[in-house]
Design a protein around this ligand. Structure first.
Ligand code: ADP
Ligand code: MG
Length: 242
């Protein structure tokens, strides 16, 4: 079972992982209040569908405009305009198939000033039952393509379930991402928080693409794709309700 980006981010936030502020909306009327609450000066209007590749996606309906499913807005009027264009329309991405998916929710999020985009995911290694982090400096793009073209740019860090995530795992993640100093500390801290979120919520897969460094030197989870093993849902009625 998959949950939406904004729901995934809410879970990550519970565990202390850095995510942007945002407001989920279901109608164009709610866009203005959401944008005002966030304050700007930059907002991102993000389609909430159970598929990735939204940024590079395209809407079927001409009224939705030429832009993709993730749009940068520089004014409250622009947030409102994008919201009314996108809601109810059909977004086609590399992951939706030709039929596309109807956009019934938007996440209005604080815009970040991005210095770098990385890739980070966590998944369960079925053979050993341990959690493996997969990280790459090549963020914001299709990870299968990176794996195919430049496999040396993908690093796997496996956590022994007997110890759980330790600072050395976090340091390995930081090293794989080429981070040092304070950013390496943030990466170590983030790795442990993500591990705790992953294990506590019985996630099957957690993908943060991109994990960014902001221009003011902060790591932040800019996208979140979370899926659960359906067996795990019995133990997590809170997740089941999403
Ligand atoms: P998808 O992977 O479905 O295309 P993302 O959430 O990764 O959706 O967004 C696509 C791109 O849009 C990101 O790689 C990033 O460059 C940009 N983006 C997403 N959220 C924000 C944000 N809050 N601030 C600035 N840029 C963003
Ligand atoms: Mg993404």
């Amino acid at each position: 079972m998959n949950i939406h980006e904004y729901q995934g981010k809410a879970l990550l936030k519970e565990f202390g992982a850095p995510v942007s502020r945002g407001v989920a909306i279901f109608s164009a009327e709610e866009a203005e209040a959401a944008a005002r609450e966030l304050g700007g000066p930059l907002w991102v209007v993000k389609s909430q569908i159970h598929a990735g590749g939204r940024g590079k996606g395209k809407f079927k309906e001409a009224e939705a405009g030429e832009k993709g499913g993730v749009r940068l807005a520089k004014s409250i009027d622009e947030v409102k305009e994008f919201a009314s264009q996108m809601l109810g329309k059909t977004l086609v991405t590399v992951q939706t198939g030709d039929a596309g998916k109807q956009v019934n929710r938007l996440y209005i999020e604080d815009g970040s000033d991005i210095e770098k985009e990385f890739y980070l995911s966590a998944l369960v290694d079925r053979a050993t039952g341990s959690v493996a982090f997969v990280v790459s400096t090549e963020g914001g793009m299709d990870i299968e393509q990176v794996a195919h073209d430049t496999p040396e740019k993908i690093h796997t860090i496996t956590v022994d379930p007997a110890t759980g995530a330790m600072p050395h795992h976090g340091r390995a993640v930081a090293k794989a991402l080429g981070l040092s100093g304070d950013l390496a500390k943030q990466a170590t801290d983030l790795t442990i928080k993500l591990y705790n979120a992953f294990v506590s919520k019985d996630m099957e897969m957690l993908e943060i693409n991109p994990l960014i460094v902001t221009t003011d030197g902060k790591l932040r989870c800019l996208d979140a794709k979370v899926s659960f093993d359906s067996n795990a849902l019995y133990r997590h009625p809170d997740v089941q309700k999403l």
